[in-house]
Design a protein around this ligand. Structure first.
Ligand SMILES: [Zn+2]
Length: 349
């Protein structure tokens, strides 16, 4: 289990599975088309035809499923309790334009949602996606480790396909007679199995703050020297560019920006120093070896969202330090998993 994995694509014409490397997948080779290994039919590859990564995934076995650790990331420090209460702002927003009984149904549904657990990779990739896409770049995240009950647990046979079956956003009622439902995750660590569970299926929960403040302890001074050089080159280039006569597009952009800043309700932010593109490549090489291209892209977007979310200017050293700490969650996953496994257990689901 690492952040370097390939993909399997399903064919609509035959049951054969067609493997695809993470690089080919990421670069969408051949306009995202590949010939089926079974019948030769053309497959337009992507999430919609994502197949199970490992047809013999051991978690398809109920005993194994309850013996291994499951993971979840959240901005709630008291997940799952905190996540199951509808946020007051959301409640008020619904109340402003909906009849009372409709709002009540939304509240009940929210508080009755199934909980979602996944592999370590799926939990971390979910955090990276939320940081980038859901305005959580600056939020404190927590990583949870969950052990399921081993006795009297009803696990639904087989697995649901997130593309075609209800799985990702279901209520406890949708679980039917089951306490645990397996599903194919096509968004986070695509091709892995995630679980939708009742809170009562959980035996113990452990929690750790992300990133781990001691991992790694220091950024190598030689790297900071390289970063310093890149910064000087970049600033020189920016200064030279500023002396050129601005293009018509640039003038329009500046005008729009002045208008935006003058508009009521505009929240002025600190002027950010832009990150040189070469800096991102340097850090990827230094810290993300063994991480696949799709995950690298998600990671870079997430750390960029962290950078944008900071109220105060971020020095290059601070940025590199944060980057290194976040990267350790991926590249030193065994160490992180160990720290979490020995954290004291909190219950109270
Ligand atoms: Zn086929």
């Amino acid at each position: 289990m690492t952040f370097y994995y390939d993909y399997n694509m399903a064919c609509s014409a035959c049951p054969e599975i067609t493997p695809l490397t993470s690089t080919d997948y990421h670069r969408e080779i051949n306009q995202a088309h590949v010939a089926c290994h079974g019948c030769g039919a053309d497959i337009h590859f992507g999430r919609a035809v994502m197949a199970l990564r490992d047809a013999d995934d051991p978690v398809l076995d109920d005993d194994y499923l309850t013996a291994v650790a499951w993971y979840h990331t959240s901005t709630c420090s008291d997940w799952p309790a905190g996540s199951r209460t509808i946020p007051p702002a959301m409640f008020e927003a619904h109340r402003a334009h909906m009849p009372q009984d409709a709002v009540e149904r939304i509240r009940v549904r929210h508080e009755n949602q199934a909980l979602h657990l996944g592999t370590y990779e799926a939990a971390i990739e979910s955090m990276l996606r939320r940081m980038r896409d859901q305005d959580d770049g600056g939020a404190q995240f927590f990583l949870y480790r969950v052990a399921l009950r081993t006795a009297d647990l009803t696990v639904e046979r087989g697995w649901r396909d997130e593309n075609t079956d209800d799985a990702a956003r279901i209520s406890q009622d949708d679980l039917g007679d089951a306490d645990v439902v397996r599903y194919l995750n096509v968004f986070e660590s695509p091709g892995s199995i995630s679980l939708a569970v009742r809170p009562s299926a959980i035996a113990t929960i452990q929690r750790i703050d992300l990133p781990i403040s001691t991992l790694p302890r220091d950024v190598e001074p030689s790297l900071l020297v390289k970063v310093g050089k890149l910064r000087v080159e970049h600033d020189q280039w920016e200064a030279e560019r500023a002396q050129l006569k601005p293009s018509r597009l640039e003038l329009l952009r500046r005008e729009a920006s002045t208008r935006r800043e003058a508009s009521p309700g505009h929240r002025s932010r600190v002027r950010r120093r832009r990150l040189p593109g070469q800096l991102l490549r340097l850090l990827e090489e230094q810290y993300l070896s063994g991480v696949s291209e799709p995950v690298r892209e998600r990671f870079t977007g997430a750390v960029g969202a962290w950078h944008s979310a900071q109220e105060l200017p971020v020095s290059d050293t601070d940025y590199v330090t944060r980057y290194a700490r976040m990267a350790a969650i991926l590249t030193r996953h065994q160490h992180v998993r160990h720290l979490l496994a020995v954290a004291s257990a909190a219950t109270g689901v």
